[in-house]
Design a protein around this ligand. Structure first.
Ligand code: UDX
Length: 415
């Protein structure tokens, strides 16, 4: 996305990867990831995009090297920086190039990379932290209309050059030091995750006291100090970023001698939230063994095929452990899901997934599920229960079809 984005702003961009298949795919004009609008952007600016597995090729053409490699969690939950270090190691000594870190790294990584560069006599290389805030599924719009651009550096030409690159977007710019830029990214993701876990706990209380969390979130969100976004209660946040970064920040704090209590609760609330649907089903259906449950959606959110950290992984595993027959449909993520959950029964459409189901659960709010005709669903199900795991459905329409609607935290709505 970064490459296509900068090409669309007029830069010549060289994309380097060690994965030859990926580079070949990109040369053929295919996007290696599912991201709406990205293939069109790559095609439109193909003349300015160059794909190679050869770093020296790119070094000849470009001065700023944006590092966008994976930093997955290790067994300890810390970020695995092996790929970042491979990139650093492959850089030659140069006074005219800069490493610009897009990958999410723990606070302190920039300082340790600068130390390594000094030790290896490569201290002519500049280092800039430029964290990425775009969301999967809306990456194109997020790149072109960012809320802000954050640039952390120690002074010198490279930070200014990165700022110039982003200038056409007219976004507010935060110029700061490297450590603060690294921290902004982790803190922003952790705060958003905290907002979600908070509203999920409010939802759970709403169920106890007969309030409707959708109304509560609306009333809260109109307070400008709170804001309406990321207050949608549901069956927990997923995705690689929130799960990875919240845990990385918690461990970063711990490793530096501070116990970040709040984040422990954010993580625990989220894990429990993924399982809450199981007790809802038990309340409606009693013993779950032998029951048939349909899952609508598997991806961690709509408009992506990404299954990393998806709530469906935990929910499906829990249902299978209870002896439930789980039949699922996802419009895009099925291939990825099959690799992770080969034991699920996959249906080619939503209506086939709900066939003979005792209960249907909306797991991912794909538009085609939100807009489904619930009378068709009712005709095919053998039971009546519809659980809206994302509070995205029109509960009235579900009820009018003769089904029993239950959302997350919608106590008043249920009455
Ligand atoms: C996130 C950050 O938003 C982005 O800034 C960062 O660069 C990468 O991580 P992403 O993981 O793509 O982006 O998805 P996001 O839209 O933030 O959603 C994450 C998860 O939270 C999804 O599972 C979503 O369903 C859930 N969510 C989001 C809620 O449960 N409630 C909400 O109100 C919002």
């Amino acid at each position: 996305m970064t490459a296509a984005g900068f090409a669309s702003l007029g830069s010549e961009v060289w994309c380097v990867d060690i994965d030859e298949d990926k580079i070949e795919q990109l040369r053929r004009g295919q996007s290696p990831i599912y991201e709406p609008g990205l293939p069109e952007l790559l095609a439109k600016h193909s003349a300015r995009l160059h794909f190679t597995t050869d770093l020296p090729d790119a070094l000849q053409g470009a001065r700023l090297l944006f590092v966008a490699v994976g930093t997955p969690p290790t067994h300890s939950g810390d970020a695995d920086l092996a790929s970042v270090h491979e990139v650093v190691d492959s850089m030659p000594a140069s006074d005219s190039h800069a490493l610009v870190m897009k990958s999410t790294v723990p606070c302190g990584t920039g300082a340790s990379i600068e130390r390594v560069l000094r030790e290896r006599g490569k201290d002519g290389l500049s280092y800039v932290s430029c964290p990425e805030f775009l969301k999967e599924g809306s990456a194109v719009a997020d790149f072109l209309h960012p809320d802000r651009v954050v640039i952390g550096d120690g002074g010198g030409w490279a930070g200014d050059a990165v700022a110039k690159l982003y200038e056409p977007l007219g976004a507010p710019l935060v110029r700061t030091d490297v450590a603060s830029a690294e921290m902004i990214k982790l803190a922003a993701n952790a705060f958003l995750a905290t907002k979600i876990s908070f509203i999920n706990e409010i939802a759970n209380v709403c169920e106890q006291v007969g309030a409707d969390v959708v109304q509560v979130a609306k009333g809260m969100g109109l307070d400008e100090r709170i804001g309406p976004k990321f207050l949608q209660a549901g069956i927990g946040y997923g995705g690689s970023c929130f799960t990875k970064d919240v845990s990385a920040l918690k461990l970063l704090a711990g490793n530096s001698g501070y116990h970040f209590q709040l984040l422990s609760a954010v993580i625990e609330v989220n894990e429990l939230q993924k399982r809450r649907v199981v007790s809802k089903l038990q309340r409606h259906l009693g013993e779950l063994a032998g029951k048939r449950v349909a899952l609508l959606g598997l991806a961690f959110k709509p408009n992506t095929d990404d299954m990393r950290g998806a709530s469906s992984l935990v929910l499906a595993a829990r249902l299978l452990a209870e002896g439930v027959h789980v039949r699922a449909h996802d419009p895009i993520a099925e291939e990825q899901a099959r690799r992770l959950m080969p034991e699920l029964d996959y249906a080619p459409s939503a209506l086939e997934a709900v066939e003979e189901a005792d209960a249907t659960i909306l797991v991912t709010e794909w538009p085609q599920f939100v807009g489904i005709d619930w009378r068709d669903v009712a005709k095919r199900m053998r039971g009546r229960i519809v659980i809206d795991g994302r509070n995205a459905l029109d509960g009235e329409a579900v009820r009018e079809a003769g089904l029993t609607y239950e959302g997350i935290g919608r106590g008043a709505c249920r009455q």
